[in-house]
Design a binder for this molecule. Structure first.
Ligand SMILES: *[C@@H]1O[C@H](CO)[C@@H](O)[C@H](O)[C@H]1NC(C)=O
Length: 335
């Protein structure tokens, strides 16, 4: 009897652990470009109160990392873009970065991965990102902690994205992307991508259905060979997958580290209803499935952002938040 009970307890425990490990494909971006934001401990309590288990930070802010200690929240940690040349050229700089920002916190902060920069492009991508990834990864491996090192790209690197199977990297970026993707692939590391249907929709509203952009319809809007798309975010992600398949990255997984929709600031393209519809569909539909090119695993998506940030340029950019700085909701999302 006792052993039957402990077996049942074990099963309950395993189910519980499994839920903790795979609690859903949704995380939140914690941006800090506001002069009126709550303190990091208040923000971490807010995040925990919503049962959110993953956040992304754009830079290793030590006040935020302190607040994350023992929180069990998993963290995607970015380096500043400005640090990328030093990370690439100086292995000692990379080792110090890892000591200061990973080792100092990793006993009780759970890091998912480190991103070399955000939306890297141009000469920074071509000249520095591959080596910066390699130096940081060597520095992490030397500590014994297991934290994948990667970078954050976006659809701006694609020469073509429609239909998704035509996805490829712009010629100038191809060699660097091949180098990066070989490295990520050999190590089993993911790549991060920012994917915003809002931008193509607002530049081509006559060509793109609002329901396709928002992802709230089960209608098939795009057929691409045997693949069918009901949501633009999924098609954009598959265009990156297609580009990666052609450039040494066929086995690399994409994490959508940023997506969202502003609730005001751009006329009829922005409203609370549109932003709420978009983000709620990320939670309930999009992140519960894979994509047609990667059907096996659920798409991990990080919503931008927790707060409206008043130091971002432009009114729409300032209104991507789920919360006002006083921690009241701009609109409600069920997680
Ligand atoms: C999706 O949401 C938008 C905005 O609320 C709405 O206009 C549209 O009709 C919705 N689409 C479907 C298929 O419900």
């Amino acid at each position: 009897m006792a052993s039957v009970l402990s077996f049942i307890n074990l099963c309950v425990l395993l189910v519980h652990l499994n839920i903790l490990v795979d609690a859903g494909g949704i995380g939140l971006n914690y941006g800090l470009l506001g002069n009126n934001l709550p303190s990091p401990p208040q923000v971490i309590e807010l995040v925990k109160s919503r049962n959110i288990e993953k956040i992304r930070l754009f830079n290793p802010d030590h006040n935020v990392l302190e607040a994350l200690r023992n929180s069990r929240i998993q963290v995607v940690l970015g380096t500043l873009n400005a640090d990328i040349p030093n990370l690439a050229n100086d292995p000692g700089f990379a080792r110090t970065w890892v000591q200061d920002n990973i080792v100092a916190f990793a006993t009780n902060v759970n890091f998912i991965c480190i991103s070399v920069g955000n939306e890297v492009q141009g000469d920074t991508l071509r000249n520095y990102v591959p080596n910066a990834i390699k130096n940081l990864d060597a520095a992490v491996k030397a500590t014994g902690y297991k934290v994948p090192v990667t970078t954050t790209i976006g659809t701006y690197l694609l020469s073509s994205s429609y239909p998704p199977s035509t996805g490829d990297f712009v010629g100038d970026n191809k060699a660097a992307m091949q180098d990066i993707l070989s490295y990520l692939s050999n190590n089993g590391y993911p790549i991060l991508a920012t994917v915003y249907p809002y931008f193509p929709y607002t530049s081509q509203p006559a060509q793109i259905s609002i329901s396709y952009a928002l992802g709230n319809s089960s209608e098939v809007f795009v057929r691409d060979g045997d693949k069918q798309y009901t949501a633009l975010l999924v098609a954009m992600t598959d265009a990156i997958y297609a580009a990666m398949e052609k450039n040494n990255g066929g086995s690399v997984e994409i994490i959508v580290c940023e997506s969202g929709w502003p609730s005001k600031g751009n006329g009829g393209f922005t409203s609370i209803e549109l932003a709420q519809t978009y983000n709620q569909n990320l939670v309930t539909r999009i992140s519960n499935h894979g994509t047609p090119r990667k059907p096996g695993s659920r798409l991990e998506v990080y919503i931008f952002a927790i707060f409206n940030e008043n130091q971002k340029p432009g009114e729409a950019e300032q209104n991507f938040g789920l919360y006002y700085p006083d921690m009241t909701e701009v609109y409600h999302i069920d997680f």
